[in-house]
Design a protein around this ligand. Structure first.
Ligand SMILES: *Cc1c(COP(=O)(O)O)cnc(C)c1O
Length: 413
């Protein structure tokens, strides 16, 4: 059934692409299993490989490319900053961090931010802030703090974060694991309530589980968690690294339930697809637990990152990308739901973000993505027979129709 498919892929990989793939296979650790596509250019929603083939990018760097490849406004700001100043370290001030911090605080409606680089670092920052807040403000006894997290989570790859992962591939043989985390089923408020005790300092969750397969919790879940956290004096920490910054049709996925968490965790699109930029945002009563020397990063808040992040925030402040993502949902939802006639067993859509569960008897998510790549659309499986679609928010209506057609053709070929 897959023979024709495999021969096409093999042909592609025998060309100039093969050389690039062999180098990576030989000299880079095998921590990913990429499709046999070697990209050398990107513009907007489209990329071009080393053999001149064009593909619609329906992964968008796991939503790091919400604004598409090489957005002219972001590239211009980055180039301009490159000519002036790239790094000072936080031992000195730069003229870029202040405006970025001010405007990101305004976008989140929080008092202040703490800038880092990767999403995982921002999650680590939130965990450290929550623990310190627990000891210094809530009055938890030393080293007794616990944090409630959700099954099926994805928060990054550090040894602390994988300690509360429920994904065996992500966790195996990385012990001993960090204690102090309690994992409960996602979407189950009663289970969270049961897990909370006097030493609980935070509930950490993704408002939509992206790597989990774009899993949307039951209506009202976020509101109930918010109410519970307030009632029990526990910080609600929303990891919006993937769900935030316009992807779901609102600035934050929490906005869909009018929920304001105590701590926002942001990354991915905050760097405009150009470089890693992450941050947490919270009010003064929480972030004031951080004092000089207690946390930091050589590159966190660097001038180049701040300039790009500042431009990203300015682009989000108009609301146009959020609006576009909401419009995209109007095309994606009917188009993708129609695929249930072709072997898709579940469809979840929020904004420009979709998870599809394919009938496991038909093919794996990886196989579906291989077939889609052959037809000019790049996507990624989440796990097993689930794929996620997250085209850049600059994709046109025609791009979205093409994407849906390619999924259908790939399922039925
Ligand atoms: C990608 C992701 C992270 C980790 O971000 P990195 O930049 O890869 O460290 C954390 N949380 C969520 C929800 C993510 O999707």
């Amino acid at each position: 059934m897959t023979t024709a498919q495999e021969s096409t892929i093999t042909t592609r990989a025998d060309g100039p692409a093969r050389e690039h793939i062999d180098l990576v296979e030989t000299y880079a650790a095998h921590n990913y299993h990429p499709l046999d596509v070697v990209i050398s250019r990107g513009e907007g929603a489209w990329v071009t490989d080393v053999e001149g083939r064009r593909y619609l990018d329906a992964l968008a760097g796991y939503s790091a490319l919400n604004f598409g490849h090489s957005h002219p406004r972001l590239v211009e700001r980055a180039k301009n900053q490159l000519d002036h100043l790239t790094l000072t370290s936080r031992a000195f001030h730069s003229d870029q961090l202040g405006p970025f911090a001010r405007d990101l605080a305004a976008l989140t409606c929080k008092d202040m931010i703490l800038p880092m680089n990767t999403g995982a670092e921002a999650v680590e920052t939130a965990l450290k802030v929550a623990r310190r807040w627990g000891y210094d403000v809530k009055g938890v006894a030393a080293d007794q703090a616990n944090i409630v997290t959700m099954a099926g989570n994805f928060h990054g790859r550090t040894s602390t974060i994988v300690s509360f992962s429920t994904d065996e591939d992500a966790r195996r043989a990385y012990g001993p694991y960090m204690p102090g985390f309690r994992v409960v089923p996602y979407g189950d408020v009663a289970a969270i309530e049961e897990a909370i005790d006097a030493n609980t300092v935070a509930v950490l969750l993704e408002p939509i589980q992206g790597e989990g397969g774009v899993l949307i919790p039951p209506d009202g879940f976020l509101r109930e968690v918010r109410e519970l956290c307030s009632r029990r004096s526990v910080l609600m920490v929303a990891d919006e690294v993937q769900s935030g910054l316009a992807r779901t049709g609102r600035t934050f996925a929490c906005d869909h339930e009018d929920v304001v968490p105590d701590v926002y965790v942001m990354g991915k699109a905050l760097g405009g697809g150009i470089m890693p930029v992450s941050a947490i945002a919270a009010n003064r009563d929480v972030l004031d637990v951080i004092t000089p020397g207690s946390h930091g990063s050589t590159f966190g808040g660097n001038p180049l990152a701040s300039a790009i992040g500042h431009e990203v925030v300015a682009m989000l402040a108009t609301g146009e990308f959020q609006e576009r993502a909401a419009q995209m949902e109007q095309i994606l939802r009917p188009g993708l739901e129609e695929l249930t006639a072709h072997g898709v067993v579940a469809v979840r859509v929020r904004g420009a973000w979709a998870g599809l569960d394919v009938d496991p008897a038909l093919m794996t998510g990886y196989e579906l993505c291989r077939r889609m790549a052959d037809r000019g659309v790049l996507a990624k499986d989440a796990h097993d027979s689930t794929i996620r679609l997250a085209p850049p928010l600059v994709a046109s209506d025609e791009d979205l129709s093409l994407m849906i057609d390619v999924v259908r053709d790939s399922l039925t070929a």
